[in-house]
Design a binder for this molecule. Structure first.
Ligand code: NAD
Length: 377
């Protein structure tokens, strides 16, 4: 039987509450689909500082290195000790360190709006079709945010010049394109590659390389779209998109625009993938899965922490992404996603997605939402 090792780092605020529900759901899939999960919990964030004096304790980092994937809650509590320098605060000392340590180059942000939550979406109902279901794949380590030179310099007369440089190499584009095409194969098999090939050299190379990589995936329909049109189409006709592939900055912007369509931060999972590697469970089977870091898109929500009010769905859907992208367990991942839809369709609503106009919906807590989803596996 396949066995996978998971480092579960709940973190701060609502992290422990939503992590508890995600683990409950993972245990339910384990029983049903016949694999085993070795889940080890460890402190991170302020919980790490309290336990071991560091936002990412050495023992937590060591656990991550021995694991097949990291399931992460969120870190950071704005009101905690303002005297601690920025570099030691959880957002940098834990999150940025993990991103760097594991070479996470691909960010996956699915946005799913079930039909039953149409009221939570800012778009008119007729634009939502049968429900919105988009995956934004964003390159995470290249482009304008990291290209050199990057500086501000004096140019005389009291004026300055700021320089950022957009750089992409063929291998960087190839590896993110493979992630996007593989993801599309697991979905509706359509890929929209976003670029600005009409103005940017980067856009021309991006388009060429993505087109070339696409030849390996004849079952996926590839289209190219300029980023300005992509931004417009997301609000005009979001149902046309399956997977959107973006370079770093375009993906930063479009993934947040797409996220707004999902209704609540509490519904939005994310995955950050590193290089493919073979886990002990899949070694020899010819399968190659990504080492990954899976977390809700939102933060620690200190305003509702510890009150059984948080929506656990973002964390639960993050665990589904983990099963799919790090463990190759697509069927179990889909079972979790379907169970979430079932729980929503049955009228379960945490406060963030509750609307009194829905007379058949019932307001539930974090635990009750988790129970309803677990029952649907
Ligand atoms: P936040 O995402 O924590 O909260 C913003 C709003 O969304 C709040 O009203 C909150 O109640 C709500 N919300 C978020 N998740 C929810 C959920 N699952 N269910 C219901 N409502 C939910 O953002 P913030 O308040 O700006 O940040 C709080 C702390 O979280 C800060 O310290 C910030 O740095 C940190 N943060 C961490 C991460 C991370 O760990 N990746 C990401 C974002 C923010």
């Amino acid at each position: 039987m396949k066995n996978f090792k998971i480092a579960a780092l709940a973190g701060d605020g609502i992290g422990p509450e939503v992590m508890r529900e995600a683990i409950k759901i993972l245990r339910a899939t384990e029983k049903k689909f016949g694999f085993t999960l070795q889940i080890t919990e460890a402190p991170v964030g302020w919980a790490g500082i309290d336990a071991a004096g560091k936002a990412l304790p050495d023992t937590t980092l060591a656990l991550c290195k021995q694991s097949d994937a990291i399931l992460f809650g969120s870190v950071g509590l704005p009101d905690r000790d303002p005297t601690i320098p920025k570099e030691e605060r959880p957002e940098r000392a834990a999150l940025l360190r993990i991103r760097k340590e594991f070479g996470l180059f691909a960010n996956l942000r699915p946005v799913t709006l079930p039909k039953a939550l149409a009221h939570a979406c800012p778009l008119a109902k007729e634009r939502q079709g049968d429900g919105i279901d988009i995956l934004v794949v964003r390159e995470l380590t290249g482009g304008m945010y990291f290209g050199q030179p990057k500086k501000t310099e004096d140019i005389g007369g009291g004026n300055q010049r700021a320089i950022d440089t957009m750089v992409y190499t063929t291998p960087e584009i190839e590896r993110i394109a493979h992630v996007a095409f593989k993801s599309a194969q697991l979905r509706r098999k359509k890929l929209t590659s976003i670029d600005k090939a009409n103005v940017l050299e980067n856009g021309i190379l991006w388009r060429e390389v993505v087109t070339r990589v696409g030849k390996n995936y004849p079952d996926v329909t590839l289209e190219h779209m300029f980023v300005d049109n992509g931004a417009m189409q997301l609000v005009l006709r979001p149902t046309q998109f399956d997977v959107m592939l973006c370079e770093n900055m375009f993906g930063d912007i479009l993934s947040d625009e797409a996220a707004a369509l999902g209704g609540s931060l509490g519904m939005l999972p994310s995955a950050s993938l590193g290089l493919p590697r073979q886990s002990a469970a899949t070694a020899g089977a010819g399968e190659e899965n990504f080492f990954g870091f899976y977390e809700p898109a939102g933060g620690t929500a200190p305003d509702i922490a510890g009150k059984n009010l948080a929506n656990p769905i973002a964390q639960i859907l993050s665990s589904a992404l983990m099963l799919r992208h790090s463990f190759g367990l697509n069927e179990a991942a889909a079972a979790i996603e379907n169970a979430v839809t079932k729980a929503i369709n049955a009228g379960n609503r945490t406060g963030d997605i509750f609307n009194p106009i829905e007379t058949t919906a019932k307001r539930v807590g974090t635990t009750q939402m988790g129970d309803a989803i677990a029952a649907g596996i």
